[in-house]
Design a protein around this ligand. Structure first.
Ligand code: ZN
Length: 79
């Protein structure tokens, strides 16, 4: 879907720009698909330093984002 693709691109752009720690500020259920009633959880994440919010990312993106933060932190600490 086009809007999903657009959202993903936007998300990738934001992730490139901001390297701070994001916090999950909101989670909500979203229904996807016309024929099946799939319900997924979406998350809004917030960077307090940039005052930037990422809206409506899915579980996978959220986990990946948080994992990346963790790795980044570990990497920095090893110096
Ligand atoms: Zn930031």
């Amino acid at each position: 879907m086009f809007s999903d693709w657009k959202k993903k691109r936007l998300l990738e752009k934001l992730q490139e720009e901001c390297f701070h720690d994001y916090h999950t500020i909101h989670s909500y259920k979203v229904e996807i698909g016309y024929y099946s009633s799939n319900v997924v959880t979406r998350y809004d994440m917030y960077c307090p330093i940039c005052d930037k919010t990422i809206y409506g990312i899915d579980e996978v993106s959220k986990t990946r984002h948080l994992e990346r933060q963790k790795v980044r932190k570990t990497y920095k600490e090893s110096y």
